[in-house]
Design a protein around this ligand. Structure first.
Ligand code: UT7
Length: 326
């Protein structure tokens, strides 16, 4: 039986030029390279320049992805961006980006607010629209300027986050309907709003009329993260009828090396199959998965035909996964 699959035909990423090392952080708050490295795996993070916005980061990643895919703005039927750090409260970053890219008049554009799961949520929505035959080609992005909602005096959070953007172009392609197909093979999304206050911004439009800063009950998030990420990976594999041990790569959300390693262990995957980019990117929320994916595709580490599980977990709580054959 044939079916429509969403194939990844292009990838792109962008990191702002400015970096802050752990030693730089130690000049700002009471911390050390040793503590940050040991507890999180982070060595440095990128920070957007003054006047450089989420839409700018998204634009650079999008340009690279579209060039890589060999498509023009005219070919796009959807722009969807996972972000919790939009340029303006409204309209969406996607609408701003659509105009800058010069996409066709009327092409739908939207942002998805699912924090660190924003890219997996966006990919799932775009994949479903493709499989329903509503669209053929989508630009799916994760882009964040978390530095703008970081309290740079709070050592509990400021060492953890970074700015960046990653993008993929996905396009409808006929498949056989089994796990040998290329493209998105299965997806699954979850949320649990009872955990709302464990990871949140301290402000918002309707409450304080300010964006607020990141607040995290780190221990509680940590406790849930390994279980949620493991569940997402297991479910997407099961839905596609494959064993987790059959995948080539696990590409988890980059929040903490101890979480990443914990998930790898629970899934009984060898270390070499688990992608880690947190050392030079820190936690870039919705951008972390597409950034890492694009870097690995660009370097040739992840190759055509490889089977990859993308899984994420973040504020909401939200979590989810996607199984993709490149
Ligand atoms: O992206 C969404 C998902 N996010 C996550 O998954 C993050 C989940 N949480 C975590 O990754 C970890 O909980 C953190 C990295 C945030 C914190 O690590 P931890 O091992 O849970 O540390 P802790 O919060 O228990 O703090 C241990 C100690 C505390 O000192 P006391 O109270 O024991 O004296 C903290 O004040 O470490 C202290 N501490 C620091 N020390 C040096 C906290 N932050 C720092 C710091 N430098 N930057």
């Amino acid at each position: 039986m044939t079916c429509i699959r969403s194939e990844i035909i292009g990838h792109g990423h962008y990191l702002p030029a400015k970096t802050l090392t752990n030693d730089d952080m130690a000049k700002m708050v009471e911390t050390s390279d040793e503590w940050i490295t040991e507890r999180t795996g982070i060595k440095s993070r990128h920070v957007a320049a003054e006047g450089e916005y989420t839409s700018d980061l998204a634009f650079h990643a999008a340009e690279m992805a579209m060039k890589n895919a060999g498509i023009s703005a005219e070919d796009l039927d959807l722009i969807i961006i996972g972000t919790i750090t939009p340029d303006n409260t409204f309209p969406s970053v996607a609408a701003k980006l659509a105009a800058r890219l010069g996409v066709r008049h009327g092409t739908p554009a939207l942002d998805i607010s699912a924090a660190c799961s924003g890219f997996v949520y966006s990919l799932t929505i775009a994949d479903n629209m493709i499989r329903l035959g509503q669209i053929k080609t989508a630009l799916v992005i994760g882009a964040e300027t978390l530095s703008r909602v970081t309290d740079w005096t709070d050592r509990n959070t400021c060492v953890l986050f970074g700015d960046g953007a990653g993008a993929v172009v996905i396009q409808a392609k006929e498949g056989k309907g089994d796990s040998s197909d290329t493209g998105v093979l299965s997806t699954k999304l979850f949320a649990d709003g009872t955990q709302y206050e464990n990871l949140m911004a301290t402000g918002g439009v309707s409450t304080t009329q300010t964006a607020g800063y990141v607040f995290m009950n780190g221990k509680e998030v940590f406790k849930s993260a390994i279980g949620c990420l493991t569940q997402a990976a297991e479910v997407v594999a099961e839905q596609a009828g494959i064993r987790v041990s059959d995948i080539d790569w696990l590409l988890p959300h980059q929040a903490n090396i101890r979480i990443i390693e914990g998930v790898g262990k629970k899934l009984e995957l060898p270390e070499e199959k688990v992608i880690v980019t947190i050392d030079h990117q820190a936690n870039t929320s919705a951008a972390s998965i597409p950034l890492a994916l694009s870097e690995c595709l660009e370097s040739g580490r992840i190759r055509k035909g490889d089977l990859v599980i993308l899984n994420s977990m973040g504020a909401g709580f939200t979590w989810g996964g996607a199984l993709v054959r490149i």
